[in-house]
Design a protein around this ligand. Sequence first.
Ligand code: ZN
Length: 160
Amino acid sequence: MNISQNTVVQFHYTLKDENGDQLEQTSGGEPVVYLHGHNNLLLGLEKALEGKSTGDNVSVTLPPEEAFGERRPDSELEVPKEHLMGASDWQPGMLAVVNTNQGQRQVKVVAVEGDKATIDTNHPLAGQTLVFDMEVVDVREASDEEKSHGHVHGPGGHEH
Ligand code: ZN
């Protein structure tokens, strides 16, 4: 089966920056699972995967504007250290999770002083050109319920 609107796709990926340094990879762990054609994935990745089938490999390079956006310079913020989640001994360069009006997001700690931390609220991958090497591991037709909800149910998807 080929990837098209309303197929449920599983794929592994390796993410590298434009220098070829590896940033993330899923092989050895669980693949990504998503419902194709419902804005669940970066559009550039969905476009690259369109028409592919199980076993296919596809590589795509996304400039920042098609990935996580350009870095905004005015995005540093001082917060109480206790608002940072994910670790306890905070050091500059570490990634933390914070609660915002738009839900949880990942931020980078740029400085720590006393009980305060300065965080950079840009997406950690903002401003970067990203290379995704993907391998399709499964493609199936979505259920009617998944299509109406716009996301995948079951393992790797929504449990409700
Ligand atoms: Zn649902």
